[in-house]
Design a protein around this ligand. Structure first.
Ligand SMILES: Nc1ncnc2c1ncn2[C@@H]1O[C@H](COP(=O)(O)OP(=O)(O)O)[C@@H](O)[C@H]1O
Ligand SMILES: [Mg+2]
Length: 266
């Protein structure tokens, strides 16, 4: 390759990286929960975090939108950049950051409000709509984006908590999508759902990746293989191996990854 092509390739690589983590360490009091994590998470890609329970998957996920800030004994060190900007910089407002880097939890947690207000909440506090018509538009678009619109369009004023588990999880996704996030973090989003609802969420994840970057923690290797293009394997606080999902599952380089995917650890 000539110099021009090398420079171009490098540029391409840079634009593709959405989140870069360097030397990330996390302690809960004396407990060293994450040890020197380095990874580049790509834009418009689904990245799966896998590994045995307690290996640090949720801890690392929470570093990416500073949810660990809310845990008193938690200390985060190292650098995490979103589009090249340090998210732990003093000038970064964590509330603004969490609109750009949304999160969906294991257990669906809609607010005790109407379906409409669950989705309108973020756009309202971030001033994304100038009037009711614009807000209506955002709510509809977000519910469509979360593949829920057709099921709820006639009962937008009903409480969000009255929906089925799978619908509640899609409502939480709609709530996150409503602030036009650049990254969506999902911590075992299907673990409380039945297989049909799980399939719907997985299909949705595949659609959303055309719009932004998704990171999903999952204890199901089948799910990681179905939904992700990249996989990171964690073990005892270390990010042991990161690569294309296909490589991780068919040709792991590290014996710990091999043991985990073949069912010997975890
Ligand atoms: N809020 C917390 N306080 C103290 N220790 C925690 C807390 N959250 C997680 N840990 C510890 O950090 C380690 C990693 O946990 P976690 O990130 O939840 O793992 P995973 O999501 O992979 O199951 C575990 O040893 C866990 O006990
Ligand atoms: Mg976890």
């Amino acid at each position: 390759m000539n110099d021009m092509r090398v420079a171009e390739a490098r540029m391409q690589q840079q634009t593709d990286t959405k989140i870069s983590a360097r030397g990330v360490q996390v302690h809960y009091g004396d407990k060293h929960a994450l040890k020197d994590v380095n990874v580049d998470i790509l834009d418009k890609t689904v990245t799966a975090f896998i590994g045995p329970s307690g290996c640090g998957k949720s801890t690392f996920l929470r570093c990416i939108n500073r949810m660990n800030d809310t845990i008193d004994i938690c200390r985060v060190a190292g650098r995490i950049a979103l589009d090249g900007e340090d998210i732990y910089d003093r000038r970064v407002d964590p509330v603004q950051l969490r609109a750009r880097v949304g999160m969906v939890f294991q257990k669906p947690n809609p607010f005790p409000k109407s379906i409409y207000d669950n989705v309108a909440y973020g756009p309202r506090i971030h001033g994304l709509a100038r009037n009711r018509a614009e807000l209506d538009e955002i709510v509809e678009k977000s519910l469509r984006g979360a593949a829920l619109w057709n099921e709820v369009k006639d009962r937008l004023n009903d409480p969000g908590t009255g929906l089925s588990g799978g619908q509640q999880q899609r409502l939480c996704i709609a709530r996150a999508v409503a602030t036009q996030p650049e990254v969506l973090l999902m911590d075992e989003p299907c673990s409380a759902l039945d297989p049909i609802a799980t399939g719907q969420i997985e299909e949705l994840i595949d659609q959303l990746r055309t719009e932004f970057s998704l990171v999903i923690v999952t204890h199901s290797m089948q799910q990681a293989a179905r939904v992700s293009q990249k996989t990171a394997f964690f073990h005892l606080g270390n990010l042991v191996e990161y690569g294309s999902t296909e490589d991780i599952f068919t040709n792991p380089r590290d014996p710990r990854t091999e043991s985990y995917i073949s069912g010997r650890i975890g």
